[in-house]
Design a protein. Structure first.
Length: 788
């Protein structure tokens, strides 16, 4: 490093006060008051602790600066001797440069660790779909092979192209040796012209072991049988490697992939040892995550000796440490983040009993793990196969006391009561009405309140609440056509964007809600009057095709009305209107190009894209008893082919934005697609649609997004899971819907909420969901699913 070279902090390097870290984290490393932590999230380099003065100096490199310039500037600000400051700071800055916390100005890493490949690019016939992970030395991409399906491309970053070590060559050789048994199948491998090595494996669906185990841990005693089965499968997966002469040598939670059916695969063999490895590949360096180091490694490292090679006995210890974490949700000890202290703990301190980790005691399993975690390798099991067999022989303890059931909907039910108080006589919203525009619409106004109350009244069989829904429906109808009824430019809801006939925003939706409330009250005359008003309001629909703003939404609204209309002249009028609308809409849709994943100009989602067109057409044909559009099956096939594997399921590209992630919500993500595929499974007696629905349900459930409402968030996802459950998905999907509902309730009514009283964007929809979960067999997403 030349002292005159400008240096810069990469954009993704984080500096933060140690005091802002969680207390449990601070307790695990040595620090002083006022210290700061520096971390590089995508780098393999451990975080460092800096004193306040050093942190201030390092922070000055947010803008490119030479060391001399930074030190002089810092010294002036702090009234320090520049020469002495430079002498003291230079070793620190040199270490930070070597560790990648500082880089030379103009280096690729200065803008942060960014993907070097982009969607649509090809690597030897494999088309890049999206970047899955980017680290300082390697990148992982989801790719599509030329013959279809999905693959995982691992490739070196340009900055380390051709680096010695044989990691890619070793992984390629071992994957060929294993032939896809307990690991991903190797599809291809090679080098690019710039020297970067790469390999592609088949894509395996699943989540890491800690995610899979955490779901089972949350079930308490009920999850223990499956947790034990998972532990046995993981132990047997590593034992299977050993039986073929391979030591994984990089054991940690993210290198174990668990599929939806519990199948286990192991990943990442760059550091593995193979007793029949070709020359040059049989001496890999040691690697791994420190929590899973064996005592032999810890003792040698503390003594300043060369770390021992990976051994079967050492790997047994690492696997046992991993299994301990899966059973308890914690490591065998509260390991210090100070390297030497952590190594001492590994070398000397025994694993804690499960009870001290907050887990229920499990004597048999604890004894098995205690033996596998012995400090003396000779005291462990003879092999990993023996460890697996010992675990398999363990029994699940019987409960000594009845299970104490907690109310997993406590937050949702509390929110429901709060909403009811607000919209009932004497409540703040009841007294004022909806004051901020849109005042009347389903999405934001009085019609949405009526719709939510209709759900609560049905769930509770409460005539008083049904009468309250009627009152709010009348308020909404009275506001039709008034200023502020439908639009609010401050919310980006203006007439040019929304148009005159959007089901969720303008008069058609208001009349539809009025009709549904009247039907629930057995007021046939009022119902028919509202349906007639609906038909009048949709005579001149706008050009928009989509579900939330356009003609697909009107078609869905017509289907919802047909669901409650008896045979007669009015029903025939609705069918005639809807058939004319459907034929015109699909005449346009039929001219559009095939649905392709790579076409970023095509929206695939439910609210504004193809999923919504298809869902509305299926719902209409079912309710009206008419033929489906001729090309609908073809379009379903095209959209299904755009599914991308992710986690245990699949998801679809979001909103046609290059580089944007998918999202799990109803509007543009997996929840909306789940409604479509369950509808397709109902319409067509083809198992593939049911299978696709299940894979979509997994992404709807496991995606981490925390938005709360019906439209984009947790509440809409919960309704989608309820739909899958009602179609025979299994009781676990009902439990998952309940968990999402309660999470949504905890995040509702936050201070920054723009529209807390919105049905689709605020707390009202979550309240309707909470009520529907009281009778889940009759649940229906408001003004979207059939209102029975």
């Amino acid at each position: 490093m030349a002292i005159t070279d400008p240096l810069v902090l990469p954009k993704d390097v984080i500096l933060l006060p140690v005091a802002e870290l969680p207390e449990a984290t601070r307790a695990r490393f040595t620090h002083e008051e006022g210290d700061w932590a520096i971390t590089h999230p995508r780098a393999r380099t451990p975080s460092r602790v800096l004193d306040a003065a050093s942190a201030a100096l390092v922070e000055s490199f947010r803008a490119p600066s030479t060391i001399v310039e930074a030190v002089i500037r810092f010294s002036r600000e702090k009234e320090l001797d520049p020469e002495k400051t430079l002498e003291e700071a230079y070793p620190l800055l040199e270490r930070l440069l070597a560790a990648g916390f500082l880089v030379e100005e103009g280096a690729a890493e200065a803008s942060g660790i960014q993907p070097s490949l982009h969607p649509g690019e090809e690597v030897e016939g494999f088309t890049v779909l999206e970047c899955v992970q980017g680290l300082e030395d390697t990148e992982l991409y989801l790719v599509r092979p030329a013959d279809g399906g999905a693959g995982a491309l691992k490739i070196e970053r340009p900055s380390v192209a051709g680096r010695p070590g044989g990691l890619f060559e070793r992984e390629e050789a071992i994957l060929r040796r294993l032939g896809g048994e307990g690991c991903p199948p190797l599809l291809a491998a090679g080098s690019l012209e710039d020297g970067r090595r790469w390999l592609v494996t088949g894509w395996l669906s699943g989540v890491d072991a800690s995610t899979a185990a955490a779901e089972l841990q949350r079930q308490g005693s009920d999850g223990r049988p499956a947790l034990l089965t998972l532990a046995v499968r993981i132990a047997r997966a590593y034992a299977g490697l050993h039986a073929r002469g391979v030591l994984h040598a990089d054991v940690h939670l993210r290198n174990v992939l668990v599929a939806a059916d519990g199948t286990v695969h192991l990943l990442d063999f760059g550091y593995s040892r193979w007793d029949a490895a070709p020359p040059g590949l049989n001496d890999p360096p040691r690697a791994g995550v420190a929590f899973f180091y064996e005592p032999e490694y810890a003792v040698a490292t503390r003594a300043g000796q060369v770390p021992p090679e990976a051994t079967p006995e050492g790997e047994q210890y690492a696997v046992a440490a991993l299994l301990y974490a899966l059973f308890t949700g914690a490591h065998p000890r509260d390991y210090s983040l100070d390297k030497d202290e952590m190594l001492r703990q590994i070398a000397e301190e025994p694993p804690l009993p499960f009870a001290e980790r907050g887990a229920e005691p499990w004597p048999e399993v604890e004894e098995v793990l205690r033996r596998a975690l012995a400090k003396d390798p000779a005291a462990r099991f003879p092999s990993l196969a023996d460890l697996a067999a010992a675990l398999e022989g363990c029994q699940v303890p019987e409960r000594t006391a009845p299970r104490l059931r907690t109310n997993d909907l406590a937050d949702a039910e509390a929110l429901l009561e709060r909403v009811l108080e607000r919209v009932s006589p004497g409540g703040a919203l009841f007294e004022t009405g909806v004051e901020a525009p849109p005042t009347a619409s389903v999405n934001y106004g009085a019609a949405g309140i009526a719709c939510a109350l209709l759900h609560v009244a049905r769930a509770r069989a409460d005539g008083g609440l049904l009468a309250l829904a009627d009152l709010w429906a009348e308020r909404a109808v009275a506001l039709v056509g008034t200023a502020g009824a439908y639009y609010n430019p401050q919310l980006e809801i203006d007439e040019p964007m929304i148009g005159p006939t959007a089901l969720y925003h303008t008069a058609p939706g208001i009349y539809a809600v009025r009709a549904l409330v009247a039907q629930a009250q057995s007021f046939e005359g009022l119902r028919d009057e509202a349906v007639a008003a609906f038909l009048q309001s949709v005579q001149t629909p706008g050009p928009n095709q989509d579900l939330t703003l356009g003609r697909s939404g009107l078609l869905l609204g017509g289907a919802l009305l047909l669901d409650v209309l008896p045979d007669g002249e009015l029903r025939r009028r609705v069918v005639a209107w809807g058939e004319e609308l459907r034929q015109g809409l699909w005449a346009e849709l039929d001219t559009q190009a095939p649905i392709r994943d790579g076409d970023l100009g095509t929206n695939l989602g439910l609210a504004h894209g193809w999923s919504g067109h298809l869902y509305a057409a299926l719902r209409w044909s079912r309710s009206a008893g008419t033929e489906r559009p001729g090309r609908l099956p073809e379009r379903l096939d095209e959209l299904a082919a755009c599914a991308r594997p992710w986690g245990r399921g699949v998801r679809w590209r979001w909103h046609g934005v290059e580089g944007a992630d998918s999202m799990p919500g109803w509007c543009n993500g997996s929840a909306g697609h789940l409604f479509l595929w369950t509808q397709a499974a109902e319409a067509f007696a083809e198992p593939r649609w049911r299978d696709l629905a299940e894979r979509t349900a997994w992404n709807t459930w496991e995606a981490p997004d925390a938005v709360t409402g019906l439209c984009c968030g947790l509440a809409g996802r919960a309704y989608a899971l309820l739909r899958f459950w009602r179609q025979g998905g299994g009781e676990e999907w009902l439990h998952r819907a309940r968990r999402l509902a309660n999470r949504a309730a905890r995040g509702a009514f936050h201070p920054e909420a723009e529209t807390p009283d919105s049905l689709y964007k605020g707390a009202l929809g979550i309240a309707a969901l909470a009520a529907d979960l009281g009778r889940p067999e009759g649940a229906a997403m408001p003004l979207f699913e059939e209102e029975g």
